[in-house]
Design a protein around this ligand. Structure first.
Ligand code: BTN
Length: 256
């Protein structure tokens, strides 16, 4: 493994050719590694997505995980989970791509998903939280590179911008953005600034969303976030608060 020094996020950077899943790999090493460590893999053999799904990645993707060790009351964890999407949207902007976040932390351009974030938290005996923040970003895929079930759903920077990107340059600029964003929101975490920043990147605010919550279809207007980062949906005459990341699945914005 090559080791490169940088700042908080990426203070220690490991790069491997192949691993099962950077989240899994980093989780196994987490106790012995410092806050901010990043592990990037050129290839994952069993990348994982939310809802225990497989995450498709190939050599055109960026796949890496960040180890965050912090003292944060558990009630803040859901809101805290929103920072990577803000950073990815900001980094893409620097590369000329206007993307948006989709609750809780997907990054999309229109209907196409460019990046996903999988956060796995472990609360330790000393009440420190170890969070493994896994990010997958599609960089240089063409449509034919995606498996058939992802065609029309997954996008890449190349598909949006119509050009090939230097993956290493994208990686380092993304790390910088993640570092800057993390330090900005977490030096003195109140949550308000992060909540506001996430809402500014959100592509479906005040739009009608079709979603599935605990297996039940729900249509409503996405009103924003409560103070804990839960989604607020106006469905008929009631406001539904969606707090459990595991049971929410946004299909798409179905109208304005
Ligand atoms: C999602 O379902 O949207 C989340 C996808 C997260 C994928 C990334 S790729 C790097 C890291 N390692 C994994 O196994 N998953 C995350």
């Amino acid at each position: 493994m090559a080791e490169i020094a940088a700042k908080t996020i990426g203070s220690l950077l490991y790069e491997v050719e192949e691993t099962v899943s950077t989240n899994l790999h980093l989780k196994e090493l987490a106790d012995d590694l410092p806050h901010g460590t990043v592990l990037r893999a050129e290839r994952q053999t069993a990348g994982r997505g939310r809802f225990s799904r497989a995450w498709f990645s190939d050599e055109q993707s960026l796949t890496f995980s960040i180890l965050i060790k912090q003292h944060l009351p558990p009630k803040h964890l859901a809101l805290a989970a929103l920072w990577p999407a803000v950073a990815v949207v900001r980094a893409l902007k620097e590369w000329g791509i206007t993307a948006a976040s989709k609750w809780p932390n997907d990054v999309v351009v229109g209907h196409l998903k460019l990046a996903g974030v999988l956060i796995e938290n472990t609360i330790k005996a000393d009440s420190t939280t170890h969070s493994i923040v896994g990010i997958g970003l599609n960089v240089n895929q063409t449509e034919g590179d995606f498996p058939p079930d992802l065609i029309g759903k997954a996008g890449s920077m190349r598909l949006i911008a119509g050009r090939i990107f230097d993956k290493r340059k994208v990686f380092f600029s993304l790390l910088e953005c993640l570092d800057e964003t993390y330090r900005r929101f977490f030096q003195h975490f109140t949550g308000q600034e992060l909540r506001q920043a996430w809402l500014e990147t959100c592509g479906h605010l005040n739009r009608t969303i079709q979603t599935t919550v605990q297996g039940k279809a729900l249509i409503g207007v996405f009103l924003g976030l409560d103070e804990n980062g839960a989604a607020l949906l106006q469905s008929g005459d009631r406001i539904v608060t969606i707090t459990n990341f595991d049971t929410w699945e946004t299909d798409d914005a179905v109208g304005d």
